[in-house]
Design a protein around this ligand. Structure first.
Ligand code: ADP
Ligand code: MG
Ligand code: MG
Length: 252
């Protein structure tokens, strides 16, 4: 198994401090949800874990199995077993979805141990069926003209095939209709075993009706201010965030 440890993480964007000491530990086998009002730094946390150049880590640490993630290039982070689905995945012109996926898988394998083409095609076919995806999605250029729902499904396809140890899923549910939401949840639930852990970042409880998290964390003003089990997300759905603000004396 793997452990992603985030300790006292401070992150600034253009000299403005957004994350003010985030602590989180995610082990493979565990599903964590991070919830919180808009603008509290949830996506900043995902971007910092991914190594987005705009987000400056000013102090604290991120380690994966004791290795310093902050010292790794973005592609090294993926090779180390981190999978990051971004809220706004970018388009890559001229690279088919299938080619991108196969080279991403091979980047995680030893040289000379590349996935055999037929095995790859068989696995991709099966995963696309499972996610109820149109087969022509495989040959389209990555994210070019993909609808919001297609992008999300495609991220789950990547997640299913990449064999990542820790997944960071930022608003994987945003803009999805209920059927697409169920398919996305089905894909994530399929990965539930001792080899895979994830951090599911969401503004709404909705997704968590289909993916039961083991731990729920609430972020406010750049910190994790409360953690609990799945009952916490249910209370947030029913009552919003005000009671936490009152409990912790947080002002808007
Ligand atoms: P959340 O995902 O919780 O809604 P974000 O992490 O996106 O919050 O944003 C946290 C704060 O950082 C907000 O005040 C937002 O305006 C600011 N912020 C995020 N990204 C950028 C950016 N690229 N440039 C400037 N400010 C940003
Ligand atoms: Mg490991
Ligand atoms: Mg966000």
């Amino acid at each position: 198994g793997s452990v992603l440890e985030i300790k006292d993480l401070h992150v600034s964007i253009e000299d403005k401090e957004i994350l003010k000491g985030v602590n989180l530990t995610i082990k493979s086998g565990e599903f964590h949800a991070v919830m919180g009002p808009n603008g509290t730094g949830k996506s900043t946390l995902a971007s910092a874990i991914m190594g987005h150049p705009k987000y400056e880590v000013t102090s604290g640490s991120i380690t994966l199995d004791g290795e310093d993630v902050l010292e790794m290039e973005v592609d090294e982070r993926a090779r180390a077993g981190l999978f990051l689905a971004m809220q706004y995945p970018s388009e890559i012109s001229g690279v088919t979805n299938s080619d991108f996926l196969r080279s991403s898988i091979n980047a995680r394998r030893e040289e000379g141990d590349e996935i055999p083409l037929m095995k790859f095609i068989k696995e991709m076919d099966e995963a696309m069926d499972f996610l109820e995806m149109d087969k022509n999605m495989a040959q389209r250029y990555l994210n070019e003209g993909f609808s919001g729902g297609e992008k999300k499904r495609n991220e789950i396809l990547q997640l299913l095939m990449m064999k990542a140890e820790i997944g960071i899923l930022d608003e994987i549910d945003s803009g999805l209709d209920i059927d697409a939401l169920k398919v996305v949840a089905k894909g994530i639930n399929r990965l539930r075993d001792e080899n895979f852990g994830c951090l599911i970042i969401t503004h709404y409880q909705r997704l968590l009706n289909y993916i039961e998290p083991d731990f729920v964390h609430v972020m406010m003003q750049g910190r994790v201010v409360k953690s609990g089990g799945s009952e916490l997300s249910k209370r947030l759905e029913a009552e919003g965030y005000d009671w936490i603000k009152q409990e912790l004396n947080i002002e808007d």
